[in-house]
Ligand binder design. Structure first.
Ligand SMILES: C[S@@+](CC[C@H](N)C(=O)[O-])C[C@H]1O[C@@H](n2cnc3c(N)ncnc32)[C@H](O)[C@@H]1O
Length: 459
């Protein structure tokens, strides 16, 4: 019988940190990849190690163990103080830096005086200086040596403009995401699925608020840009995770319907890589111009393009699907997580007739929550759970789901519908869930799901 292990000590954790840091640093050196530093031209991400499981795991261990060490070194009281004081202030200051476009106003390579910066922004220099002094403690900008009252970029501040659309989505007034998060206590008492009405006196859903409240009427375009930014941060430019995660070539010249395809970035990637496929983006009419301009910008509408041209079809996914499409695949990328189980079932209901008739596969690009605590590093789970709560507070009751919850949702949509495979790339937050009406393969996956799940499903 094995004895319970004592919890890791400070030195155990520091030793593990050293090991993980050495593995990661050696990998970067061996592959002639840049080492991280705090300068504005330093790496902004680790996308260049995604393909290497050893380096990716070492980085995950480094982050996880460092968090554990910090936890022990700070102790509960200091940690709570950080959360309510400095972490909260950090969000407020980042929001102000974003709203005032401070990162764009500071030259990338040359320090700027505080006075010149304040003048260019049209703000008062003294509170600006106080706010930046707080930001410096987070390594967002810094005061260069021997240059008092000058501001210069760091790696973190230099990364802000590239991340702008996602900061807008999560922190701006228009989107109400921040506001919604503060409704938790009341929401938990009153709303099992959707507290959105708490923040909006007119009871509008988030998509309506997004479009109606944007001062320039470009909420949807901004949202689509935020989606692209968040994906790029996870996977880099291009949609390799999507192209490699499914046998698109096996569909021959069939039709792929990208349900809620938004700006069409997934459709463009698939159509370019597999020119024989007919790719149809379905979304609300307000997305048409954005999707079509992306089709045009990608060159797929040019005379010289010999493959199929992608198409846009205005289609509400809560309405029956047009019968003439006869799709081989319904692609739903980051759609169902926006919706409660009941709404997700309504969406699925409209796909099932064609799936039964034409053997259409359902391809979900979604996050898969761990069924058990500890299945993935806690820092990764923190991100996923934050998104899950964002779905609850913002998207009218949406939620991230675990593998067993996905399986149950599909079974509720139709007893014969099941997940056939879940493919995840190392280091990726998103998985590809392939589903269909194939009993035999469905049974295979049910076993796989059962093997990783001990949690009671919520349905
Ligand atoms: C989270 S985005 C995902 C976009 C895209 N599939 C992706 O992965 O980037 C959700 C999409 O659902 C669309 N949508 C929302 N309600 C819809 C409805 N009732 N019918 C069709 N599309 C809808 C939105 O316009 C948006 O493009």
């Amino acid at each position: 019988m094995s004895l319970p292990q004592p919890p890791p000590s400070l030195v155990d954790l520091a030793t593990a940190i050293l090991q993980a840091a050495t593995t990661l640093q050696d990998h970067l050196a061996t592959h002639h990849l840049p080492q991280p530093d705090l300068s504005p031209t330093s790496r902004h991400d680790y996308l260049d190690i995604l393909a290497n499981p050893t380096a990716t795991s070492a980085r995950a261990a480094l982050i996880e163990t460092t968090r554990s060490l910090l936890h022990l070194a700070q102790g509960p009281t200091d940690l709570l103080r950080s959360i309510v004081l400095s972490d909260r202030t950090a969000v407020a200051v980042l929001r102000a830096i974003h709203a005032l476009k401070i990162a764009e106003a500071v030259p990338l390579h040359t320090p700027i005086s505080l006075d010149a910066l304040a003048t260019s922004l049209g703000v008062h220099p003294i509170p600006l200086s106080r706010m930046l002094r707080f930001a410096y403690t987070l390594r967002i900008f810094h005061e260069p040596d021997n240059m008092p009252n000058y501001v210069a970029h760091t790696a973190l501040s230099a990364a802000i403009p590239g991340f702008d659309p996602y900061i807008w989505l999560t922190l701006s007034d228009t989107t109400q995401v921040q506001l919604a998060a503060y409704t938790f206590p009341l929401a938990l008492r009153r709303w099992p699925t959707s507290p959105m009405a708490l923040t909006d006196p007119r009871g509008r859903d988030w998509w309506t608020i997004l479009q109606e409240d944007d001062p320039e009427g470009k909420g949807m375009d901004r949202f689509s840009a935020a989606m692209t930014t968040s994906l790029r941060g996870l996977h880099g430019a291009g949609n390799a995770y999507l192209l490699e995660g499914f046998d698109w070539a096996g569909l021959g010249s069939g039709t792929v319907v990208d349900v809620g395809g938004g700006s069409g970035h997934n459709a463009v990637a698939v159509a370019k890589a597999f020119p024989r496929l007919r790719v149809v983006v379905q979304d609300l009419p307000k997305n048409e111009s954005l999707a079509v301009s992306n089709f045009e910008a990608s060159g797929l509408m040019d005379e010289g393009w010999k493959g199929c041209k992608p198409e846009f079809q205005a289609q509400d996914f809560f309405s029956p699907q047009p019968g003439e499409l006869r799709p081989k695949v319904y692609l739903l990328s980051r759609i169902l997580h926006d919706w409660s189980d009941e709404d997700a079932l309504r969406i699925l209901t409209h796909l099932i007739p064609a799936m039964k008739k034409h053997g259409t596969r359902l391809l979900l690009v979604e996050r898969v929550l761990p069924d058990r605590c500890g299945d993935i590093p806690l820092y990764q789970e923190t991100q996923l759970r934050a998104l899950d709560l964002l779905m609850y507070t913002t998207f009218g009751g949406g939620c991230e789901r675990s593998a067993s919850q996905w399986e149950q949702l599909l079974r509720r949509a139709d007893a014969g519908l099941g997940i056939m495979e879940i493919r995840s790339r190392v280091g990726s937050e998103l998985s590809m869930l392939e589903a269909g009406f194939c009993e035999e393969q469905g049974a295979v996956l049910q076993r796989a799901v059962a093997a990783t799940s001990s949690e009671q499903p919520k349905l």
